[in-house]
Design a binder for this molecule. Structure first.
Ligand code: MG
Length: 169
């Protein structure tokens, strides 16, 4: 696995992950960050494109499961209920507890799961620690928070070390 900060794969977005390709390499569970991975922060409902991707995953026999650190009390439950997917909120990433809870609830082992997220120091670090394959995507939107730009700068070396393309596509 190497450095725990390096993602196994780097993609532009979740839509570069083909449900059939995931299933063909034995993936049964896609764990996914919410904010800036599945949806921009300010969008409270799933987009039609996201709904279609979730349905395509289901048809391929792959479960989508949100693992979120969101501190807003209604954000994660409201969004996930609208999308029709299970979730763990207050997941405590980069701790492994939220990941282990999601695997247990889905009844899937770590080697049949993949984690997709936009942040190295929470999504990628936590999933690597839990022994789950990792895919880093670009944040969907920058918003107005300059802290996000600073964090992205700090993440850049690890983004560049992740493998582009290949696998899970
Ligand atoms: Mg995020």
């Amino acid at each position: 696995m190497g450095c725990l900060l390096i993602p196994d794969r780097v993609k532009e977005s979740i839509y570069d992950l083909s449900p059939d390709a995931l299933r063909s390499v034995g993936v049964r569970l896609v764990l996914c960050d919410l904010d800036n991975t599945l949806s921009p922060y300010e969008e409270t409902l799933p987009s039609p494109r996201l709904t279609a991707w979730k349905e395509a995953l289901e048809e391929a026999g792959v479960t989508l499961f949100v693992v979120s650190n969101s501190r807003k009390s209604h954000r994660c439950p409201d969004f996930c209920e609208a999308l029709g997917v299970p979730y763990v909120r207050h997941a405590g990433k980069p701790g492994t507890k939220g990941f282990r809870a999601a695997l247990a609830r889905a009844g899937v082992s770590a080697d049949q799961a993949v984690m997709v997220g936009d942040q190295i120091f929470t999504d990628i670090l936590g999933a690597n620690r839990a022994g789950i394959a990792t895919v880093l995507v670009k944040p969907m939107a920058w918003g107005k928070n300059p802290g996000r730009l600073l964090r992205y700068a700090a993440e850049t070396p690890f983004r560049l070390l992740g493998r582009r393309g290949g696998g899970h596509n």
